[in-house]
Write a protein that binds this ligand. Structure first.
Ligand SMILES: Cc1cc2nc3c(=O)[nH]c(=O)nc-3n(C[C@H](O)[C@H](O)[C@H](O)COP(=O)(O)OP(=O)(O)OC[C@H]3O[C@@H](n4cnc5c(N)ncnc54)[C@H](O)[C@@H]3O)c2cc1C
Length: 457
């Protein structure tokens, strides 16, 4: 039986890996670029390890970690450096430390929360009054939920920069049930997130919120490539342009090649899937284009120690209200080991906004340095810099996203053997993508086996 997975990002790789566990399949992994990994890219330049896309795995989403274990990559995991732990928020012209024990936006260490200079006394009282706010059954955005339960200061100074940073977009419209499902469950069950957390959180928490790999995030990609290399046919530099349904399966029209398959997983962004699927399902056009994707830039800057002021923690976030293009700054060389040679400092800046894509690389560098120097002292130009552009590469799980994805999957369901997977539909974290790819692979196998049993050979 021949199957194709289209899209060689982490979702497509995870799907191919899962299919590889099944005997007797001929699997193609088709990628339009000349490399696998999608937005995951780790480069070694002059002794620096530079992450072009993601720089960590969030442990709350365990599926990528479980996969890393299966691939034998556990010995290569690296953990955030303890001594330099801590995140700051640039608020009202000053870097202010996020209170210890914050569970995303929810204070769990009351003393640290009360001592923090990030919120006003009223902002703190308002947040703690959360226990008195009645629950709501409405579908809400993250913004509406946080404003209603914790107040404006928690939203503007903590939730917006943190959640907007992780999701690379605007926290305002993000769907609560997709982005913070646990908070909604706690509100429903205990009537308050704070009260619920007090009940469910273990007394001693020593879990680490994020991890990476010694050789960077691309180690996961290399691990997957190694695991599938003997059986999966990887086709690089070929773009899927169209599909034609056949009696049994599909004909894939690639640039310069055609392949007939019985099963197909599209592990590409929804706006790319739209170009391929709306010929078959005209009604899908509008639905697929309804999923927004935000654009971002990552610029890494390397300095000699002493040429740039070092903050105490791993980095800082800049709330939207401060009016910067930079939304997050990580001191990569303080966050994880093996990121920079001795006496050198590596920074990673995250910038958001479509308008930035009109600027050339030099202009973006100058803008980044100008904004950065408003926050920390910079004595000289970077000794090395590297810019990565990611236009429309982060799906935004806005209010109504779950229903929309259900509708899309329902529309294509009559065509057995065709499935969609990836960050546009099932969550943007690498863990979410791994789960999505593997789950769709298993569903596809079940569908194809059922078809075979019903229709014979
Ligand atoms: C800057 C940035 C930072 C991030 N940071 C983190 C982080 O720290 N931690 C975390 O967990 N997540 C992070 N994410 C999110 C996470 O990395 C992504 O959601 C995830 O890697 C997406 O994987 P994917 O396979 O679904 O999509 P992609 O990586 O976009 O892969 C899709 C692939 O499909 C290919 N393709 C598209 N159309 C076609 C076609 N027609 N034919 C053939 N091939 C096609 C593309 O070339 C691409 O390689 C970050 C994302 C970005 C952009």
């Amino acid at each position: 039986m021949r199957i194709a997975v289209v899209g060689g990002g982490i979702t497509g790789l995870a799907a191919a890996y899962e299919l590889n566990k099944e005997e007797g399949l001929e699997v193609y992994l088709i990628e339009k670029e000349g490399r696998l990994g999608g937005v995951i890219i780790s480069e070694f330049i002059d002794g620096f390890l530079i992450e072009g896309g993601p720089d960590c795995l969030y442990t709350e989403k365990p599926w990528a970690l479980e996969l890393a274990k299966e691939l034998g990559l556990f010995p290569d995991l690296v953990y955030p450096i303890k001594e330099t732990r801590g995140t700051y928020i640039f608020w009202d012209k000053k870097l202010r430390k996020l209170p210890e024990g914050l569970l995303l936006v929810v204070p769990t260490d009351i003393w640290s929360f009360l001592w923090s200079d990030l919120l006003s006394p009223w902002g703190k009282i308002r947040a703690l009054l959360e226990v008195l706010i009645p629950p709501s059954r409405e579908e809400e955005s993250v913004k509406d939920f946080i404003l209603r339960r914790f107040g404006k200061e928690i939203f503007e100074r903590i939730a917006e920069p943190l959640i907007g940073g992780i999701h690379g977009g605007d926290a305002e419209n993000l769907s609560l049930e997709r982005v913070l499902p646990r908070f909604k469950q706690l509100e429903n069950k205990y009537g308050s997130v704070l009260r619920g957390l007090r009940k469910v959180l273990p007394k001693k928490r020593n879990g680490l919120p994020f991890v990476s790999f010694k050789q960077g995030m691309e180690e996961l990609v290399r691990g997957l490539k190694g695991a599938i290399k003997d059986n999966i046919k990887t086709v690089l530099g070929k773009k899927l342009i169209d599909i034609e349904p056949l009696n049994k399966g599909f004909k894939l029209i690639l640039n310069g090649e055609e392949i007939e398959v019985e099963g197909l997983i599209l592990a590409i962004p929804s706006y790319e899937a739209e170009k391929i699927l709306t010929g078959l399902f005209p009604s899908l056009k509008e639905l697929l284009l309804k999923i927004p994707h935000s654009s971002s830039l990552v610029i890494s800057l390397a300095f000699n120690k002493g040429d740039i002021e070092e903050i105490k923690g791993h980095g800082f976030l800049i709330p939207k209200k401060e009016g910067f293009k930079i939304s997050a700054v990580s001191f990569s060389s303080r966050k994880f080991p093996f990121r920079a040679p001795e006496n050198k400092i590596l920074l990673r800046l995250f910038l958001k906004g479509d308008e930035l894509f009109e600027l050339d690389d030099e202009k973006i560098l100058r803008l980044s340095l100008k904004e950065l120097s408003r926050i920390i002292k910079i004595k000289s130009n970077p000794i090395l810099w590297r810019l990565y552009r990611w236009p429309k590469r982060m799906a935004q799980m806005v209010v109504g996203h779950r229903k929309l994805v259900e509708e899309i999957r329902k529309e294509i369901s009559p065509l057995k053997g065709l499935l969609i997977a990836g960050s546009s539909y099932d969550g943007i974290g690498i863990g979410d993508c791994v789960r999505s790819g593997m789950e769709m692979a298993r569903i596809l196998l079940r569908q194809l086996k059922m078809n075979k049993n019903q229709g014979g050979e």
